[in-house]
Design a protein around this ligand. Structure first.
Ligand code: ADP
Ligand code: MG
Length: 692
């Protein structure tokens, strides 16, 4: 007997309607019931005296009813005042039946469980679970912690407890096969799967929360390792399926990349050359490339992308570059147009804000194949866009692009059953733990070297109350030292309109404060031509202080600028701050960055800005950011779903990842059947991991 072969309909208490509801939780087989794991536990083993209750913490109390009655306020509420020897508590019910009300007679003893809140200074529990106690000297306490399962509409805790009860009764080593290779079980001295599951579903009596949540506990370790492995297998399987498709084979370049290199005022770094070679090798194969290029801010990723594009264009194909925002797209378009026009190549630009006529013109250039290089936003992949001969898609992703978006791209622009190659570039480094999990479907290249001559940036963290001094510093840097400064205005509000207004106000203020300097303004609401004009003046040194919104986060490159002030820096993510700060320190001289913040700064806020002060290494910053904010936040909303593990925690369990990666590869090759079963066991019902 194998628990995976039995359907939930064959369990007591499960009718057709429940089957459908369980399916929503990914529960179809008896095995699924077991892998729907508790995400926390409740302690009903003890009674807490009312005087020791803490707001926000769930607890169990043993109380005697003093009186109860209905209050008719904004909301009809049944309030039951009850007490123990140490104090009084209000039990509040918004939904209740006459029978429930009648149970709460004066003098009745109740065992109640629920989260405590303070309402008008009195401890209260809203909708406690209550149980009448006949003999208060012997309350029916539970002898073990109670599991709490993820629920959905129509599937509540009691049902899940009943189901797990039935399946656990049939759980033996021969009803749930061990799928992990014996070697890894031995290496890590892993606990048998059956007992690990038994332990987390029904913790033994006397086991406390500390033991249950202990990351080192053998049961948790066992499950975490298996879950990480299942996830890794799913990602690697997606990759294997993807790279089995046909793609146009792109021979190594003969001319165009060399011509671009000759036109540059500098040499490519060794790291850039290495990564360009990685890509060239991938392209020269009849299957699609799926590669991630990482590199710190300023490491020269754009140029690497351009070199890859030229190899493809030389063979007569088209290349599309997709940026996450219009501003970034525009920046890339400027760069590529500069570089490629000298090679006689046409670039097209496609974003949603184009005027109808412009759009038609661009679409035509894309369809006819006249445009070899096409740059834009997501607008590039709307249905109305038809590429003549697309062979490479470059995604400049900024952590906003998930595995499914990546895979969906293969539908776009493929010809004669052949799919385009994919190159993913990240704006800032991604912590290794995340590349090993969320990006496990990609091959990775790292540009681990900055162009020569970059100087480390000194960073200061100051409260906004020191603004006057900061202004004096800007003045000094620009007048005495002949430097230039960025003054970056950020707002919590994402709206460009408000950002622009704030920047405008700051520019006026700074103009007044520094009458001898030339202050100018650039923001996302300006016309591209006006923006361009200001940037050009700043580039040529005609402007001393450039007040900007986070527009300049992207690609602005003015080596003479050596000071940056960032307002409200506590509101930005570390990756964004790092990206912004990377705009200075490009010339040969000492550079500074001042991070202004509004007091008071939260504890996390302090930690974050301290990291920015302490290091300019993007990889270190990314690791710390992950530690503080967690994977969901770092990856952005679209990816969050990916990282919802049941047991594993990629921070805590990161030491396991290299091994997990190895074992996954070996398993897919040697025991593909086990690999399939592991994926099914842990990721059942998660569409995103299904076959592509
Ligand atoms: P990022 O990796 O942050 O996207 P960019 O591609 O925007 O970096 O490059 C940053 C700047 O460095 C650009 O001005 C680019 O022209 C310049 N650059 C790129 N490669 C080199 C190099 N090998 N030597 C000197 N400067 C370089
Ligand atoms: Mg870049």
């Amino acid at each position: 007997m194998d628990l995976a072969d039995f359907h939930v309909a064959e369990l007591a208490g499960v009718g057709p309607a429940t089957v459908d509801k369980l399916a929503r939780l990914g529960i179809e087989t008896w095995q699924d019931v077991l892998f729907h794991l508790p995400f926390r536990y409740e302690d009903r083993t003890r009674i807490t005296p009312i005087s020791q209750l803490q707001p926000g913490v769930a607890a169990q109390v043993l109380v005697q009813v003093e009186h109860s009655g209905i209050r008719f306020g904004k909301r009809r509420t049944l309030i039951c005042r009850a007490s123990d020897a140490s104090g009084a508590i209000d039990l509040r019910f918004f939904y209740f039946s006459k029978a429930q009300q009648n149970r709460l007679q004066k003098g009745t003893w109740l065992l109640c469980f629920g989260e405590v809140a303070l309402v008008a200074g009195i401890a209260s529990i809203v909708h406690p679970e209550t149980q009448i106690v006949n003999d208060p000297s012997r309350p029916p306490l539970s002898d073990r912690l109670s599991p709490v399962y993820p629920v959905t509409e129509g599937v509540k805790q009691p049902l899940l407890r009943k189901l797990t009860e039935q399946v656990l009764a049939r759980l033996q080593s021969d009803t749930l096969p061990e799928l992990l290779p014996a070697a890894i079980r031995k290496d890590y001295q892993l606990e048998p799967l059956a007992s690990a599951l038994q332990f987390v579903h029904r913790p033994p009596a006397g086991i406390g929360l500390t033991t249950l949540l202990d990351p080192e506990h053998p049961a948790r370790q066992r499950l975490a390792l298996e879950e990480l492995l299942a996830f890794q297998l799913a990602m690697q399987r997606l990759r294997r399926q993807f790279v089995r498709e046909d793609a146009p084979r792109i021979a190594p370049a003969q001319q165009l990349p060399a011509q671009l290199a000759a036109q540059l005022p500098f040499q490519l770094t060794a790291a850039q050359q290495r990564v360009i070679a990685d890509i060239a090798r991938d392209l020269d194969a009849p299957h699609p490339m799926l590669r991630l290029v990482q590199g710190d801010v300023g490491s020269g990723k754009t140029l690497v992308a351009a070199m890859a594009a030229l190899q493809v264009i030389e063979q007569g194909y088209q290349v599309a570059l997709m940026a996450p925002t219009e501003i970034l797209a525009e920046q890339h378009w400027n760069n590529f147009s500069d570089w490629f026009s000298e090679l006689g190549l046409e670039c097209a630009f496609l974003v949603s804000k184009l005027k109808a006529a412009e759009r038609r013109e661009m679409l035509h250039a894309i369809e006819s194949g006249a445009a070899a290089m096409v740059i834009g936003t997501h607008a590039l992949f709307q249905e109305s866009v038809n590429f003549a001969k697309l062979a490479l898609i470059i995604v400049d992703e900024q952590h906003r692009f998930g595995v499914h978006q990546r895979l969906a791209l293969k539908e776009k622009g493929g010809q004669e059953g052949r799919v385009p190659h994919q190159l993913i570039m990240t704006a800032t480094p991604i912590p290794r733990t995340l590349t090993m999990t969320a990006y496990a479907d990609l091959a990775t290249s790292i540009i681990d070297e900055l162009p020569p001559g970059r100087k480390p940036i000194q960073t200061l963290v100051l409260p906004d109350s020191r603004r006057e001094q900061v202004i004096a510093r800007v003045e000094h840097a620009c007048r005495r030292d002949n430097g230039q400064a960025y003054w970056v205005c950020t707002l919590i509000d994402e709206s460009e309109e408000l950002q622009a207004q704030a920047a405008q106000a700051t520019a006026e203020q700074l103009t007044l404060a520094m009458p001898n300097l030339s202050v100018a303004l650039v923001h996302g609401r300006m016309k591209p031509a006006d923006k361009q004009a200001v940037m050009e003046l700043f580039s040529r040194g005609k402007i001393d202080v450039l007040v900007a919104t986070t527009v300049i986060e992207v690609g602005v490159d003015v080596p003479n600028a050596n000071l940056m002030v960032i307002e409200n820096s506590e509101r930005l993510g570390l990756a964004q701050l790092h990206q912004l700060r990377g705009r200075v320190g490009r010339g040969g001289r000492d550079s500074h960055c001042v991070l202004l913040y509004q007091s008071p700064l939260s504890k996390t806020g302090q930690q974050r800005l301290e990291i920015m002060r302490a290091t300019t290494d993007g990889f270190k910053i990314a690791e710390k950011d992950l530690e503080i904010r967690g994977p969901g936040e770092v990856l952005g909303t679209r990816q969050t779903g990916l990282m919802q593990f049941k047991v594993a925690d990629i921070m805590r369990d990161s030491v396991l990842l290299p091994k997990v990666q190895q074992v996954a590869t070996a398993l897919l090759e040697q025991q593909p059947q086990n690999a399939e079963q592991l994926i099914e066991r842990w990721l059942s019902g998660r569409e995103e991991y299904a076959q592509v």
